[in-house]
Design a protein around this ligand. Structure first.
Ligand SMILES: NC(=O)c1ccc[n+]([C@@H]2O[C@H](COP(=O)([O-])OP(=O)(O)OC[C@H]3O[C@@H](n4cnc5c(N)ncnc54)[C@H](OP(=O)(O)O)[C@@H]3O)[C@@H](O)[C@H]2O)c1
Length: 299
């Protein structure tokens, strides 16, 4: 039976609701939690970071927006402040250690200890080993932006938070760090995994000082990041606003981890039948290909 038109959309809708059940928290709860608080959102110029910054700004937080693209930061800043919200734009390249230091100093001098830090900025690369053979820069870029940059930033932002005995660090991680690694995403997943492991390893120490840590394992979000991979367009994923609701839920509830409901059974399956998952990954590699952008072909 071949489904078409409305039937196809109906089935897609059911699959989407199963994979991505509605999440989040009420706007009243979010407002009660964040009003008057200072929240840094890295990667606030696009995608999930942009949606999160707008949501938090509308809920009464003072939102510190960090990313490289100044025009986009200005746009997000204006969208928050035009409605009476409070925002500050901080252009920064997280691969530049001096710029990170400067950002941390400016934040602490101007705002004092942060209430919440949303570590969201990220760089993903999907490329086969064949194409990465002569591209050590792929590994350097992902490690710089996804691991070393946020570690450097937190090494400077955490001391005032710990001294104040409060604060919350939210890491936007990926399910790729929790399941069998997916072919072609190696450099990205390794760098996201490095930060995820580091942050969870210092979480008990931070908890002792009153600083909480939440790790969010995100599934597909339809953003600029996932756009170059054609198969992603056909998979049920989250709108950036839906993913921002998950960040909001984490801010309100402060769980150690948040992940899709199906990640646990998937983990169980890979523990019970590793051969099946490995065969699936080999098939996935054979049946997929590098995108035009991974090959360096401009659209
Ligand atoms: N999209 C997905 O399917 C998916 C799935 C799981 C997890 N995630 C995670 O979700 C987070 C947000 O991703 P997204 O999908 O919203 O991607 P996106 O739309 O590409 O946004 C990435 C953000 O990171 C910023 N960024 C990138 N490089 C930077 C640098 N060197 N310095 C400072 N900021 C930088 C970008 O801003 P500028 O370019 O302006 O600097 C942008 O604001 C990432 O951590 C990603 O790993 C995404």
């Amino acid at each position: 039976m071949i489904l078409e038109g409305d039937e196809m959309r109906f089935v897609d809708g059911i699959v989407d609701r199963l994979v991505n059940p509605p999440r989040g928290c009420s706007s009243e709860r979010l407002r009660a939690e964040v009003e008057g608080k200072t929240i840094l959102v890295t990667g606030a110029s696009y995608g999930l970071g942009e949606a999160t910054a707008r949501l938090l700004g509308a809920a009464g937080a003072t939102v510190l927006l960090a990313a490289r693209t100044t025009e986009k930061l200005d746009e997000v800043f204006a969208s928050i402040t035009v409605g009476g919200g409070r925002a500050w734009a901080y252009p920064v390249d997280l691969a530049d250690r001096d710029a990170i230091s400067l950002l941390a100093r400016r934040i602490t001098e101007t705002h004092g200890p942060l209430d919440v830090m949303v570590n969201n900025a990220g760089k993903s690369i999907r490329r086969s080993l064949d194409l990465q053979q002569d591209r050590p820069q792929d590994f350097e870029r992902t490690i710089d932006i996804n691991y070393l940059g946020p570690v450097r930033l937190l090494l400077e932002l955490l001391p005032p938070m710990r001294a104040a005995g409060a604060g919350h660090v939210i890491n936007v991680s990926t399910i790729g760090t929790r399941i069998t690694p997916i072919p072609r995403w190696g450099s990205y997943q390794a760098s996201k995994g490095a930060f995820d492991v580091w942050l969870r390893s210092v979480a008990p120490e931070l908890h002792h000082d009153g600083v909480r840590v939440s790790s969010l394992y995100m599934w597909l979000i339809h953003t600029r990041m996932s756009a170059p991979t054609a198969i992603m367009h056909r998979l049920p994923g989250l709108h950036p606003n839906e993913a921002a609701d998950i960040v909001a839920k984490a801010i309100v509830e402060r769980p150690a981890t948040l992940q899709p409901w199906w990640l646990r059974p998937a983990g169980l399956l890979s523990a019970l039948a590793p051969g099946v998952i490995e065969a699936g990954m080999r098939a996935m590699f054979r049946r997929s290909s590098d995108s035009d952008s991974a090959r360096g072909v401009r659209p």
